[in-house]
Ligand binder design. Structure first.
Ligand SMILES: [Zn+2]
Length: 355
């Protein structure tokens, strides 16, 4: 399964658990003012891989938002927070890349702040949102639509697909799974995806929210990554080029290493990653670069030997990178789960088989 789908599904089930319990403004954000008027909305640690962080820049007459997430309730809480803190409207939403946990809720900003909102991202973003983000959510909608009637019927009869009987515990689990899937379907069936109406190519300098804001394109985590650099505030929002635990399943590993060097050269005082806490130094950048560098080197050597993918996956040792990157069991598990996809990308890249 696509990692984005897993993240969305987990987010949907989390939303389900939380939906009855809290007002939107009680969402357990950590809000950090990383520079005057520049606020990082950080996901709670335990759900940092489920949905993205958001950066909010408040100026005298307008607000800029970087990344729009996929959990509606959480984004609704950010919009409420913005309205509580300023009369200025959101006029610009920047998506750092196409993954649904960074783009899906663009529509909430359009609904809240109207037709004047500019949506910005790399020129490849529109196509990738339609053909990849929207398509994979739609695929999952169709999957649930196909599977749910049978699952409901089997639950009623108390039997699994293979005919074996469900225990009371099994029934409880099956019921919970079905409820989660139904809730996810309800939220995701008729999504409206808002594409960038102001795409940019290599680099774009803007004056917004009382700040100079530079958008810089890289091909690293995806082909269309945008780094958002605020030189006066010395803040950079990196999207998933910097991540508490990087996901490389759609990546261009060599370009990613180069991107990290360029981000380091910006000399930001605060690095706001796509997922995880704010970094004040370059330790995390270096750890991610070391991981990708080792991946590129080892996959390159394997490709040169003519190893097939299976042999390559079995032979690559990234345990030092894992030790440096994984801060807890959750991120360690995430590393293990997505490592084969990372190796595949690096191996394909070394063979010249990704565009
Ligand atoms: Zn993400």
């Amino acid at each position: 399964m696509n990692m984005q789908l897993r993240r969305s599904a987990v987010a949907a089930s989390m939303a389900l658990c939380l939906s009855a319990s809290a007002q939107t403004t009680e969402y357990p954000w950590q809000v950090e003012e990383v520079a005057a008027g520049v606020f990082a909305f950080l996901q709670p640690q335990e759900r940092r891989f489920d949905d993205s962080n958001t950066l909010v820049v408040i100026g005298p007459s307008d607000v800029v938002v970087v990344d729009s997430q996929s959990d509606r309730r959480a984004t609704g809480a950010i919009i409420d927070w913005i309205r509580e803190h300023t009369d200025a409207p959101v006029r610009t939403v920047i998506n750092t890349h196409w993954h649904s946990d960074h783009t899906q809720n663009n529509v909430l900003y359009r609904s809240a702040f109207g037709e004047d909102v500019e949506f910005m991202g790399h020129t490849s973003l529109g196509e990738d949102i339609v053909e990849r983000a929207a398509a994979s959510v739609q695929e999952r909608v169709e999957y649930f639509d196909t599977e749910l009637p049978g699952a409901r019927e089997r639950l009623e009869r108390g039997v699994f697909r293979d005919g074996s009987e469900m225990s009371d515990e099994d029934r409880g689990e099956q019921r919970a799974t079905i409820i989660q899937a139904e809730a996810w379907l309800q939220e995701n069936r008729d999504l409206q995806w808002i594409l960038p109406n102001r795409p940019y190519g290599l680099r774009q300098r803007l004056r917004r929210a009382g700040q100079t804001i530079e958008l810089i394109h890289f091909g690293g985590h995806t082909r269309g990554d945008t780094v958002v650099w605020l030189p006066e505030a010395e803040v950079v929002a990196t999207g998933d080029l910097v991540d508490d635990m990087p996901y490389a399943g759609h990546s261009y590993p060599k370009g990613w290493v180069a991107a990290l060097e360029r981000i380091a050269d910006l000399g930001a005082a605060a690095i706001v990653p796509g997922h995880g806490t704010v970094f004040r130094d370059q330790t995390k950048l270096e750890a991610i670069a070391d991981f990708l560098d080792s991946l590129v080197q080892q996959a390159g050597a394997a490709a040169e030997r003519g190893d097939d993918l299976e042999t390559t996956i079995a032979s690559i040792d990234l345990s030092p990178a894992r030790a440096a990157l994984a801060s807890d069991a959750m991120s360690g598990n995430f590393f293990d789960q997505v490592l084969p996809e990372a190796i595949e990308r690096a191996w394909l890249e070394a063979r010249g088989e990704i565009e």
